[in-house]
Ligand binder design. Structure first.
Ligand code: ZN
Length: 424
């Protein structure tokens, strides 16, 4: 499969010398998307978190239990059903990471090089029951609505798959059934001399497609140098010391990034969503007010966006992509994420937050100061699409091709519509 990178892909610490994308990073995010899809299954299919102590196998009475995801991607004791080779791509720039500091930030966000260009994914089946839909379906959903690789919260990982076959969700479901069938597990048991069983369990607290939302925002630009006005790329700060660190329009690393076909806007957008803008109170005090202060407090903000500006000790629930062009003057970016319904911090109104976010992106009562964030060479910013399972916020309406209905509560139909819908 050929994949066109639209915003740099981050796959862990790239080898400075080899410029190679690590297939482990792509494999990891492929697995992450597969898990989220498996967990959304009405039959309560379990997918373990392979980074936690709860990962497979779970041993009980001399039997080894593996979840559906591990039976595809492998785990201790069983091998994966396919091999993935990644080739192609090139580094955006060499040297240290860019440190983008939008208004009001002291530390800012660090953006390292990542990989751009075209990459090839070569998938080799290692099991007779492997079906290509097992890899294609999660990859198509990730490429249409989210991202692949790491650091998607900072804008990395938007890709476009070139020339892929149409994949029906039923084919994926059949492939999963085959991979997890008891008959197959019995054969595996004979070969490995283990007693392998399908693992069930509770997916609570783990990413689930039913709890995810996907949006695309589009805007027009008046000038090809519009990006020089982005908050954090341009700075009005007059101190020489800070100017040097904050102004990036003449920095070769930033010039390379932009000429590779995307613009890092995530810090500017995230800074506003998270911290809002400075206002002066009646008492004359300058404070920052988040546009969502009614639906979350600081603790919730850390939980939603990760616990600090520049690092990622708590994984961010919200991802904001770089901006990438749709055609000559029309640009687009994505805001998407997973916000669980259970186990949310006290004082967080999940529905209220998603409603406010959608209203804000649509130009509701809280206005995003687009021209302060993305610069005065941008215009006509609008929410293009909002996808969310079983939600009145979902904007995709029935059409001839989809069987989707408003508030679609059939997960199979919803996933199929994510595969079908073209919004560009
Ligand atoms: Zn597992």
């Amino acid at each position: 499969m050929r994949i066109e990178i639209k915003t740099p892909v981050w796959t862990g610490d790239i080898d400075q010398k080899s410029e190679l994308l690590k297939s482990t990073g792509i494999m990891g995010s492929l697995r992450w998307w597969t898990e989220a899809i498996l967990r959304s299954d009405n039959n309560n299919r379990y997918a373990c978190d392979p980074t936690s102590d709860e990962r497979c196998p779970k041993e009980e009475r001399n039997e080894e239990y593996y979840c559906s995801a591990c039976l595809i991607f492998g785990a201790t004791g069983i091998r994966r059903t396919f091999r993935l080779n990644v080739s192609g791509g090139r580094r955006v720039f060499t040297g240290s990471a860019l440190n983008i500091k939008p208004s009001g930030r002291n530390k800012g966000w660090y953006l390292g090089s990542g990989v751009v260009g075209e990459i090839n994914l070569e998938i080799t089946p290692l099991d007779k029951d492997f079906d290509k839909s097992l890899v294609l379906l999660p990859l198509i959903i990730a490429s249409k609505w989210g991202g692949i690789g790491a650091k998607t919260q900072h804008g990395y990982g938007v890709v476009k798959i070139e020339d892929y076959p149409e994949i029906n969700f039923n084919r994926f479901k059949d492939a999963i059934k085959k991979i997890t069938a008891q008959e197959r597990l019995s054969k595996l048991s004979e070969l490995s001399k283990l007693r392998i069983k399908l693992r069930h369990g509770s997916n609570n607290g783990l990413p689930d497609l039913r709890e995810m939302f996907f949006t695309k925002v589009q805007f027009e630009v008046r000038d090809e140098n519009w990006w020089k006005q982005i908050d954090g790329i341009k700075s009005d700060n007059k101190s020489d010391e800070q100017r040097r660190h904050r102004e990036y329009e003449n920095d070769q690393r930033m010039i390379n990034w932009v000429s590779s076909g995307s613009v890092p806007i995530a810090p500017a957008i995230k800074n506003w969503l998270r911290f809002g803008k400075k206002i002066t109170t009646k008492e004359g005090k300058k404070i920052q007010v988040s546009p969502f202060s009614e639906v979350f407090n600081k603790r919730v903000s850390n939980w939603l966006f990760g616990n600090s500006e520049e690092n990622n000790k708590t994984a961010s629930k919200i991802n904001i992509s770089c901006a990438y062009p749709v055609n000559d003057n029309l640009w687009e970016f994505r805001i998407w994420g997973w916000i669980p319904k259970d186990g949310i911090p006290q004082g967080f109104d999940r529905g209220g937050f998603l409603n406010s976010l959608k209203q804000t992106l649509r130009g509701g009562s809280v206005k995003i100061p687009w021209n302060e964030l993305l610069g005065n060479q941008t215009k006509n910013h609008k929410l293009k699409v909002w996808r969310e399972f079983d939600s009145p916020r979902d904007t995709v309406k029935p059409n001839a091709r989809d069987t989707i209905k408003p508030n679609e509560s059939n997960i199979d139909d919803y996933i199929q519509s994510l595969l079908n819908t073209e919004v560009e």
